[in-house]
Design a protein around this ligand. Structure first.
Ligand SMILES: [Fe+2]
Length: 250
């Protein structure tokens, strides 16, 4: 009798244990399902965020492109110049300061450097002969004018620094602020080397485009006066083949 009672109690305990386990399993799988739902929600949110960020970035690029086109439409030389100089500049920036090359603002600044030429009248912009003092002053106002245009656009705040300082010189003899050495923003110091490279290797009304080797020599000769010597040294790390590719438009 006592044995039968003990057996019943034993199986009642087992049943309780089984019930308890079943409840815990159900709770665990409910928690698991909830976690999976959270994970799926997070994935969806992340995907949507990324799509929005990409869309925003694409609209930034389109805006910059439209501004660059507005400048290029007036000046045949500037034409493919902005794209080429940006490509030279980024190639150089990768050697000088990789983080700078990854920042889209750097490319935007390179592309927009001459946006202030919008304010220079056609007769001055296209004048073949030497410019008079007033015309020269007008021409030299383009970094400042460009800066005023670009800095008003929130996503171009850092790019505005390149626009303003792209005609400064390492020795302080440039414009508009006469900054010298490392006071000139690094992206602007890189840009001015890229700009010279493009100017020397491009056909001009008074001479054909010069070979890359000639451009390297001319730039090297101006290291420490016009250009940051550390940036010029990095130019040697880019192969002639790569520079020729950019020159040819790829
Ligand atoms: Fe310029």
């Amino acid at each position: 009798m006592a044995k039968a009672i003990a057996q019943r109690e034993g199986s009642a305990d087992e049943q309780m244990l089984r019930d308890e386990l079943a409840v815990q399993r159900r709770q665990a799988s409910a928690r698991e399902r909830q976690l999976e739902r959270y994970a799926a929600d997070l994935r969806d949110t992340f995907k949507a965020e990324r799509a929005r960020a990409e869309e925003l970035q694409a609209s930034y690029v389109a805006t910059v492109r439209a501004l660059v086109d507005a400048v290029e439409a007036r000046d045949a030389y500037t034409g493919a110049h902005a794209g080429r100089v940006a490509a030279y500049g980024l190639e150089l920036a990768r050697r000088v300061e990789p983080d700078l090359a990854c920042d889209p603002q750097t490319e935007f600044g390179f592309l927009l450097h001459d946006v202030g030429k919008i304010a220079v009248p056609d007769e001055v912009l296209h004048k073949a002969d030497d410019l008079g003092p007033e015309e020269q002053a007008l021409m030299r106002s383009h970094p400042q004018v460009g800066y005023e245009i670009v800095r008003a656009v929130g996503f171009l705040a850092a790019a505005a620094q390149v626009v303003r300082h792209h005609h400064e010189r390492w020795d302080g003899e440039g414009y508009p602020d006469g900054l010298s050495g490392q006071d000139i923003p690094l992206a602007a110091r890189i840009f001015s080397v890229a700009d010279a490279l493009d100017a020397i290797t491009t056909d001009r009304p008074y001479r054909p485009g010069q070979p890359i080797a000639r451009a390297r020599a001319e730039i090297r000769a101006l290291a420490g006066t016009q250009f940051d010597p550390a940036v010029v040294a990095r130019l040697d790390e880019i192969s002639d083949e790569r520079l020729e590719q950019i020159r040819g438009g790829s």
